[in-house]
Design a protein around this ligand. Structure first.
Ligand SMILES: N[C@@H](CCC(=O)N[C@@H](CS)C(=O)NCC(=O)O)C(=O)O
Length: 236
C-alpha cells in the first residue's frame, strides 16, 4: 500500500498544496490504492517539501519523481507522440516552475491573500504555534520568490505574467476533454491541481479572475472534480 504524505485538506480542496493534489489525482485516476498521511511541517519531507510517498521500503519525494515511479510500476501511460510529449513537458514546467510562484505570491505575498491565508490556516496548527509558524513560512517563501525572480516584480506585473499563462492553458485545452486529447495524462494531473486550487481558494486575485474568464477551464475543473474528487465536489 502506498502512503501519500501530504498537507491537509482545506477550502474544499483535497490538500492545500497543488503538488499534493497532482499526486492524489494520479493515484485516483489510475485506481492505485493508497492511504493519506497528513503532514503539516515541510521539514518532515526528505527534501523539505511535500508531497512524498512511501512505497514499501522506498521513500520518494517530489511529485514528478513520484509519478515517474508510479508510471514505471504500472506501465500506465502509453507512449505519446514525441511532439505532444515535448508540449506536455513545456506546459508542466510552466505550471510547476512559474505559475506556482504566482500562486504562492497570491497567497503569501499579496496582502489580500495573506489575510485570508492567516485566517484559514492558523487553525490547522495547535494554539500559540500557528501564527508564529505562518509568519516564519511567509518570510521563507518571500525569500524563495525573490531568489526565483518573481518576487522582484510589482504586483500588477506578477499577475500580468500569470494571466498570460492561464490564457495559454485555455487556448491549448480548447474544447478537448484533456489537455493532450481524449486521454488523461500527467499534464492533466498538474494542470487540474493548479487550476482547481486557483478557482477554489477564496482569494479574489487577478489570477482567479482570469481562470473565471474561461468557460472551458471551469468546465474541465468541475467535470474532473465531479468524477475524480466527488468527495470534495461542492465543498468550500
Ligand atoms: N518540486 C516539488 C515541489 C513541491 C513544493 O513546492 N511543495 C510546497 C507546497 S506547494 C512546499 O512543501 N513548500 C514548503 C517550503 O518550500 O518551505 C514537487 O513537485 O513535489
Amino acid at each position: 500500500m502506498i502512503h501519500l504524505h501530504q498537507y491537509p485538506a482545506i477550502w474544499g480542496l483535497p490538500s492545500l498544496s497543488p503538488f499534493c493534489i497532482k499526486v492524489e489525482m494520479y493515484l485516483r485516476k489510475q485506481n492505485i490504492p493508497y492511504q493519506t498521511v497528513v503532514e503539516k511541517n515541510p521539514a518532515r519531507g526528505p527534501k523539505g517539501k511535500m508531497p512524498f510517498i512511501r512505497d514499501g521500503n522506498l521513500t520518494i519525494p517530489d511529485s514528478s519523481f513520484i509519478l515517474q515511479h508510479l508510471q514505471k510500476k504500472q506501465s500506465a501511460e502509453a507512449k505519446q507522440d514525441p511532439h505532444l510529449e515535448a508540449q506536455s513537458l513545456a506546459f508542466q514546467r510552466m505550471i510547476e516552475e512559474h505559475l506556482y510562484f504566482i500562486l504562492l505570491y497570491s497567497r503569501w505575498i499579496d496582502p489580500v491573500g495573506w489575510e485570508v491565508l492567516k485566517r484559514d490556516f492558523v487553525s490547522l496548527f495547535p494554539p500559540l504555534i500557528g501564527m508564529p509558524f505562518l509568519h516564519f513560512l511567509r518570510s521563507r517563501l518571500q525569500k524563495q520568490a525573490y531568489q526565483q525572480g518573481l518576487g522582484r516584480h510589482s504586483q500588477s506585473e506578477v499577475y500580468e505574467l500569470g494571466k498570460r499563462e492561464i490564457q495559454a492553458l485555455a487556448t491549448f485545452l480548447a474544447e478537448k476533454t484533456y489537455f493532450l486529447g481524449e486521454e488523461f495524462t500527467t499534464l492533466d494531473a498538474t494542470a487540474y491541481a493548479f487550476l482547481i486550487t486557483i478557482l477554489k481558494q477564496p482569494i479574489e486575485s487577478e489570477l482567479q479572475k482570469e481562470v473565471l474568464r474561461h468557460p472551458n477551464l471551469i468546465g474541465y475543473c468541475f467535470r474532473e472534480e465531479a468524477t475524480c474528487f466527488s468527495d470534495f465536489a461542492g465543498k468550500v
